[in-house]
Design a protein around this ligand. Structure first.
Ligand SMILES: [Cu+2]
Length: 211
């Protein structure tokens, strides 16, 4: 029924429908999915990332803060090879060095489906430690959005996927081998600094049916 996402149009439609029961239209196509970021490795990174599919396109909307400044931060949609991707917890710290490292986390968030951040693999181009705004990915074959052997099917449903953001400077004696936190000082580009599970935004729509 609603084919455009013009905010003004949506606001008008919303105003007309106040008090009316939720329409039984199929909104699946326009559902969005938001991940509340969970800070990893005491990075201080917080925020949200939202995925909004639009036909062959996928809008990725960032509201991320607390990234280390003037360093590249890779970020990926993970979930390849796992049934339902999740954030790593202390039980994934297999080398017991107090850090959740790239490969340790991969046990629960899986491999990379999409590499975010464009050609330079950096979501914080201006280096100010914050990322906001929307980037549109083309999921069609010519869009080349997928990493390695991943395909559009690996994104389905979006609620099984996860975002992981990487990159943090460590000090000497932070962590032990193996992994990025290996006791040496320096910028660890692959160390996870935040993750979040994408959840459908309108899962609370049942509330509107409560009298
Ligand atoms: Cu990643």
């Amino acid at each position: 029924m609603i084919k455009q996402t013009n905010p003004l149009a949506l606001a008008l439609v919303g105003a007309v429908m106040v008090g009316a029961p939720a329409p039984a239209q199929d909104t699946r196509q326009n559902d969005s999915y938001t991940a509340d970021l969970q800070t990893l490795n005491e990075s201080g990174v917080t925020g949200t990332v939202t995925l909004s599919p639009r036909g062959r396109y996928l809008d990725v909307t960032y509201d991320v803060m607390g990234l280390e400044e003037d360093q590249p931060h890779a970020a990926h949609i993970h979930g390849l090879g796992v049934k339902d991707a999740a954030c790593p917890t202390a039980s994934q710290d297999t080398d017991e060095d107090g850090f959740l490292e790239l490969l340790e986390g991969a046990a629960v968030y899986g491999g990379i489906i999409i590499t975010l951040g464009g050609g330079d693999n950096d979501i914080d181009d201006d280096g100010d430690g914050m990322v906001s705004g929307t980037v549109t990915l083309d999921l069609s074959a010519k869009g080349n959005a997928f990493t390695g052997d991943a395909t559009r099917g690996d994104l389905q449903p979006l609620g099984r996927t996860e975002i992981v953001i990487h990159g943090l400077t460590l000090e000497e004696n932070d962590g032990t081998l193996p992994g990025e936190a290996d006791g040496t000082a320096g910028y660890k580009a692959f160390l996870p600094v935040a993750c979040g599970s994408f959840e459908r935004d309108n899962d609370d729509s049942l509330e509107f049916r409560t009298p």
